[in-house]
Design a protein around this ligand. Structure first.
Ligand code: SIN
Ligand code: FE
Length: 292
């Protein structure tokens, strides 16, 4: 499938050749998914106790971990369990950092590590509000944490112990998608973006870029016709495989799967080889506005 670019590597530390680095960077910036089918993240015998959905506290969809503070959220557990799951998520986070620096050395100076998540709950049959429903195609956006034009990179590893794939669909190119909806997006109410920050609805000022992206995210998910008829390509990421992409750009949906690790990074567009390909520059061209 043309949406995938496969890299054969058995270790998060590589080593990667300069040819692999160049090709992987080009593929990622072209909106493809970089897929590493042989890259696994083994659990220790002790960590295998975390392979049940019962550790999720039921409120949030995921257990999330912040490597900068060591804080874990969404976990139903205490003491040694909390400590050991945190340590495992820290190890995954560090492994993905090795991978990013090894495969995308040009991003190393500016890339920012964000949260790590563990998703032990089966996707199929899970009920969510429509705008939170990841079984519908969407580009990623964080309503409370504006990115201000930075790219979102996510590194996923399917750690399912029963050989079950993670069933995704990948949608059409971002620009084709954005063109369908961009003229229907309302202008923000004057003064509303700073007010959201003042009221602490958002962690920082929501930029016009974030405003447009949030609308694109919600409009895509709420449009039944679009969900049914837009171009989309199914792919099941195998158990014990790793993949990453710009999730602010790659339209994606997940239909089934259980036990996933995920690490989020933000990347300023100036770190890219081709910043013109960024969601920020695409939306600026389509709207004729400066968005951050
Ligand atoms: C998503 O980011 O939309 C969900 C991806 C996944 O959990 O497989
Ligand atoms: Fe998503």
């Amino acid at each position: 499938m043309d949406q995938l670019f496969t890299v054969n590597a058995a270790s998060f530390k590589g080593p990667f050749t300069s040819g692999q680095q160049q090709q992987a960077t080009e593929a990622l910036e072209a909106g493809r998914v970089v897929f590493l089918p042989q890259l696994t993240f083994p659990f220790t015998e002790e960590e295998k106790r975390f392979l049940t959905p019962n550790w999720s506290d039921g409120g949030a969809k995921n257990i999330s971990y912040d490597s900068s503070t060591g804080k874990i959220q969404g976990m139903d557990g205490e003491g040694a369990d909390k400590r050991d799951l945190s340590a495992m998520l820290q190890r995954y986070s560090d492994a993905t950092r090795d991978l990013m620096n090894g495969l995308f050395p040009r991003y190393e100076k500016l890339i920012q590590r964000r949260r790590t998540s563990y998703r032990p709950v089966e996707i199929k049959g899970r009920v969510s509000k429509i705008t939170k429903d990841d079984t519908r195609l969407h580009p990623d956006q964080f309503p409370a944490r504006p990115v201000g034009g930075k790219r979102i990179i996510r590194v996923f590893c399917n750690v399912n112990p029963h050989g079950k794939g993670r069933d995704w669909r990948v949608g059409e190119p971002f620009e084709d998608f954005a063109r369908r909806f961009i003229d229907k997006i309302p202008q923000p109410f004057p003064g509303s973006l700073p007010l959201l920050h003042l009221l602490r609805v958002t962690r920082s000022r929501r930029t016009l870029f974030d405003h447009y992206m949030l609308h694109l995210h919600d409009m895509a998910k709420m449009d039944d016709q679009y969900q049914k008829s837009c171009p989309q390509f199914p792919f099941s990421f195998p158990a014990q495989g790793t993949w990453l992409c710009f999730t602010d750009e790659v339209l994606h949906a997940v239909d089934a799967g259980q036990y996933l690790l995920e690490q989020t990074y933000l990347l300023p567009v100036q770190a890219m080889n081709s910043p013109d390909k960024s969601t920020l520059r695409v939306l600026e061209r389509l709207t004729g506005k400066t968005l951050v």
